[in-house]
Design a protein around this ligand. Sequence first.
Ligand code: UT7
Length: 335
Amino acid sequence: MGKITAAITGIAGYAPDYILTNEELSKMVDTTDEWIMTRIGIKERRILKGEGKGTSDIATQAVLELLRKTKTHPDEIDMLICGIVTPDMQFPATANIISDKVGIKNAFGYDLNAGCSSFIYALVTASKFIESGTHKKVIVVGADKMSSITDYTDRATCPIFGDGAGAVLLEPCKDGFGVIDSLMKVDGSGRKYLHQVAGGSMYPASIETVNKRQHYIYQEGQPVFKAAVSNMADTAVEMMNRNNLTPENLAWLVPHQANMRIIEATGNRMGLSKDKVMINIQKYGNTTSATIPLCLWEWESQLRKGDNLILATFGAGFTWGAVYLKWAYDGDKVK
Ligand code: UT7
């Protein structure tokens, strides 16, 4: 009997309707389309509008679409993990809220926050439940409403982020498809360069924290950039080496979409031509936990059973890593 692996058997995504263009941003802060395109590579991003709407509203759309596409009844789902940085509330977990909104009642689940690496961390965690045999249908959703913590008076951060969600269904497989290998890392000393100062137990919300704008993203771009370029590529290359993957037999790199220059540097270190790298940063910006599943969703029709994929990420924490995945179905046959 073959080893049980966790295969992705369906994928769905959702991005809110409102499009925030570079042109509109350049009326809000001192920036230009040219600067943003050259330094980051983003043309536009999606924003969730509406009073009282949170990340669960975006995630719910992706999960409902996933259930429809995979013809899965909510009662069949036995676990849902939500990779997320911008939960609806401090508690309860957004995974619970999503489950309630889509009618999942027989599952357990929780949120997992690993900065921009949250989706991959959640995917690797979920795959262990499948491999152990305890769970059979697990949803991993990566979702964020980054606009809720983005300071639209700070030109150094506000062009970067956008809102979105992507979700995958994981099921047991005995034919060698799915998550084959992973390498995840944490370096907490990097936290000083990218974090949200207030709103946690250290600096609970107060008039002072609000006045100091401490509920927004704090980022020192250059140290984050340097760490992202070297660490994301290092783990992706190690993933290739230890699984005998080459630029020829690797079908796709699915990188976290933080900056076009980081994506290109990672692809170059892996020896890949640009046509093997999924890139949609120009359309969605950095949607944090949603970037990788949004790519898989958009490229689904081009994915073939047996394709070798490397998913690679870097985020706040610092967190980073890479996953080697063997795609389990022909994407063009999915309706
Ligand atoms: O997903 C989580 C991980 N996050 C990341 O991966 C982000 C990594 N970092 C980056 O992507 C880049 O560092 C940024 C895109 C954030 C910034 O790009 P940079 O090339 O590192 O620019 P910089 O911060 O060094 O700024 C260069 C100049 C500065 O002006 P001076 O001091 O040279 O006169 C900034 O004030 O660009 C200026 N600047 C801008 N100019 C026009 C910063 N933001 C803007 C802007 N428009 N939006």
